[in-house]
Design a protein. Structure first.
Ligand code: ATP
Length: 422
């Protein structure tokens, strides 16, 4: 009678079931690694003694090493949508040329403080020679083909005397045209001007509202206080020179070219704590720092005009090219309050992550420790079905079971290489 053909091993492997078996390894090395990894994971998620904080001990407000729960406050629902209003007012008296300027003179917008002005007075509609060097000419022919308009008006096509030595193309527009290459003084007094910032914020998710004005401050106290990051961090009145300094800028050169400074007000609030502890935090930066190095446009300026009538009723205007410091107030915020859903999700994540330690210990145990083969043999065990005798080894070289160790484990056991006691 022909011998029974053995069942292919790969089929038996496919219809096998792997279940977890607990093996207690009495090894100091893996035991210590396991506990250290578990401790690290737990302190990352929940918190522990601050043995590896920065020297200032400010890793977290409470001085704990716990990152996810204590620092990131993973137990809180967060609202980053912030509704905010900002109102500003500049005050100060400065001298510019022979004139004393007050609040109404040096700002055409609440966000800009004008520090330098090029005035072109008594302009009226008419024809006159262009002032820009690009429109120098010797004859009418030079003024044709130069386009239709210049920075100041529409070209008539004629070449006319600009002064006794120079001729330029004639324009029709506001005459005389502006000459913006002149040197004019800078109003350095603006350094002592003050900027009052009134900011209200609202976190709609929690219906929480707050303003940057200290709650019981009187008008007199407001007028007197000046912001300082350590001594007066809540005073909403800022000296312009200080704002430039905090933004790392030299006020004199900023005032000469103009520029844009950003005043950032951050509202990062833990709404599980008292209402009074939700406070604004001010920081400063120069927003046009990239373009300020551009030779073509190094600063910030704009033009505006004041119109009036001359003696004979003609309409006149004074054109002003104003260089100034623009203040952009940027408000950002982030508030959190305890929520059961994020607490549960992060607690489950924390405990699941402890399993990472087991993976690491298995790698060390089964690959790097002395007697790794012995541990493998005890970890992976193949159990035949209770009533069926064990299948013979596969002649086809099918893929073994989990981690490919069953067959090796079996060979080791069969040959009796290892003693089974740990
Ligand atoms: N840039 C600033 N520098 C210093 N104090 C300021 C500044 N802006 C406003 N204040 C003062 O803060 C307080 C509140 O200002 P707010 O504009 O609300 O009131 P106000 O009576 O209209 O101010 P004022 O008429 O003095 O401009 C006032 O006492 C005001 O004088």
């Amino acid at each position: 009678m022909p011998p029974l053909r053995p069942q292919p091993r790969c089929l038996a492997d496919f219809f096998s079931y792997e279940t977890t078996k607990s093996v207690v390894v009495k090894s100091w090395v893996v035991g210590v690694v396991n506990r250290v990894v578990q401790l690290l994971i737990l302190s990352y998620f929940i918190g522990g003694p601050c043995s590896w904080c920065t020297p200032s001990g400010r890793v977290t407000p409470r001085g704990d090493a716990g990152w996810v729960f204590l620092h990131e406050k993973a137990y809180q629902v967060r609202d980053t949508v912030i509704e905010s209003s900002v109102v500003t007012k500049v005050k100060g008296i400065g001298k510019y040329g022979n004139r004393i300027l007050d609040t109404a003179d040096y700002g055409t917008s609440v966000f800009v403080v004008v520090t330098k002005q090029i005035l072109t007075e008594n302009q009226e509609q008419g024809v006159c020679p262009e002032s820009e060097a690009a429109y120098r000419c010797a004859s009418d022919h030079d003024c044709q083909g130069k386009g239709h308009t210049t920075g100041s008006g529409v070209l008539t096509g004629r070449c006319v005397p600009y002064n006794t030595t120079l001729r330029t193309c004639e324009i029709r527009g506001w005459c005389p045209p502006e000459v913006d290459t002149v040197d004019v003084p800078v109003m350095l007094e603006a350094e002592n001007f003050t900027l009052f910032i009134k900011n209200s914020v609202r976190f709609p998710l929690f219906g929480f509202e707050k303003a940057n004005l200290p709650p019981h401050i009187s008008a007199g106290e407001l007028q007197r206080c000046r912001f300082h990051p350590e001594q007066q961090p809540l005073c909403p009145i800022l000296r312009l020179g200080d704002v430039a300094r905090f933004a790392g800028q030299d006020f004199a050169s900023l005032a000469a070219t103009g520029g844009v400074l950003g005043i950032k007000i951050g509202w990062v609030c833990d709404l599980d704590r008292a209402w009074e502890l939700c406070l604004p935090r001010y920081s400063f930066t120069r927003l046009d720092s990239v373009t300020r190095h551009s030779p073509g446009s190094p600063g910030y300026n704009f033009r505006h005009a004041r119109y009036y009538r001359g003696h004979n009723g003609t309409e006149l205007r004074t054109l002003t090219k104003a260089f100034g410091i623009r203040f952009d107030v940027l408000v950002y915020g982030n508030a959190g309050k305890f929520g059961i859903v994020p607490t549960l999700i992060n607690t489950v994540a924390a405990f699941t992550s402890i399993g990472v330690g087991t993976v690491l210990c298995d790698i060390i145990l089964l690959n790097f420790l002395k007697g790794a083969e012995h541990y493998k043999a005890r970890k992976f065990e193949e159990v035949p079905e209770a009533s069926v005798p064990p299948a013979p080894a596969s002649p086809t070289g099918c893929t073994p079971g989990a981690l490919g160790d069953q067959s090796r484990e079996k060979q080791s056991t069969d040959s009796g290489t290892f003693s089974l006691g740990l």
